[in-house]
Design a protein around this ligand. Structure first.
Ligand SMILES: Nc1ncnc2c1ncn2[C@@H]1O[C@H](COP(=O)(O)OP(=O)(O)O)[C@@H](O)[C@H]1O
Ligand SMILES: [Mg+2]
Length: 235
């Protein structure tokens, strides 16, 4: 078995008649936190959809946990939190989690609510939560059943710094137990928190490396500057 949780090879995706992922290749090691970083519209969500197996691709291949992306055997091994929270407004947080746990046939509702710091909001209607709380409820759904791969699309956007800090601690705690995480963000300030970085720009991979590797390659300490350096040298 390969040590990579996810590999993409010459991946191409067209959406709306336009190529939005072009010749994308990368390898994501198991038990790591990989940041998928790049500006809005660069293709992050499309790439995550391809990993989860819900995106039609026009070329290349994506392999996840040793299977082609989208394989039915992967269904219970992947947790996916979409960019827009996918939780029901007219259920309480606990009802919503219990519903998804029943669908999955697995999952410790109290544990995942504790993980995302929502235990004290368990009896609140999802519709009354703030945007950040709703995002965390959606993240809790993705954590149910302890999936081997967590695909999180901009999970920390709009959260206060203390909560963001807590979530990054959670991400690394999960990775330490062998879970593989892919976490997207359009802001660079979280790059240094990742074990590995996948820089995406205009549908192409600019870099697939560790923060230390990128600093060494570009001579820039600041990872946003490293990104800019790579953009300039690719031009
Ligand atoms: N449903 C869609 N139909 C057509 N084009 C889309 C659709 N969703 C996204 N796109 C386009 O694909 C490109 C990548 O989008 P996306 O993957 O959402 O980027 P990101 O998540 O990095 O903001 C953008 O140019 C966007 O306009
Ligand atoms: Mg997106």
């Amino acid at each position: 078995m390969t040590n990579s949780a996810v590999t993409a090879t010459a991946l191409r995706v067209a959406r709306g008649g336009r190529e939005v992922l072009r010749d994308v290749g990368f390898a994501i090691p198991r038990g790591s936190v990989t940041g998928l970083l790049g500006p809005s519209g660069c293709g992050k969500t499309t790439l995550l959809r391809a990993v989860v197996g819900v995106q039609a691709i026009t070329g290349g291949a994506v392999e996840v946990l040793g299977r082609p992306a989208g394989h039915t055997a992967l269904r219970h091994k992947i947790g996916y939190a979409t960019q827009n929270p996918a939780v029901y407004a007219d259920l309480t947080v606990a009802e919503c989690l219990r519903y998804f746990a029943a669908v999955l046939g697995a999952g410790d509702v109290d544990q995942v609510l504790r993980d995302v710091d929502l235990l004290d909001h368990a009896d609140h209607l999802v519709g009354t939560l703030s945007g950040g709380q709703r995002g965390r409820a959606s993240l809790a759904v993705a954590l149910l059943g302890s999936p081997e791969l967590l695909v999180l699309d901009e999970p920390t956007v709009g959260l206060d710094p203390v909560l963001r800090e807590d979530l990054w601690t959670l991400f690394h705690r999960l990775a330490a137990t062998g879970t593989t995480l892919i976490v997207s963000s359009h802001v660079m300030d979280e790059a240094a928190r990742c074990d590995r970085l996948l820089f995406l720009r205009d549908g192409r991979v600019l870099a697939d490396d560790t923060p230390a590797g990128l600093r060494a390659e570009t001579g820039e300490q600041d990872l946003e500057q490293a990104f800019l350096h790579l953009v300039r040298s690719a031009a």
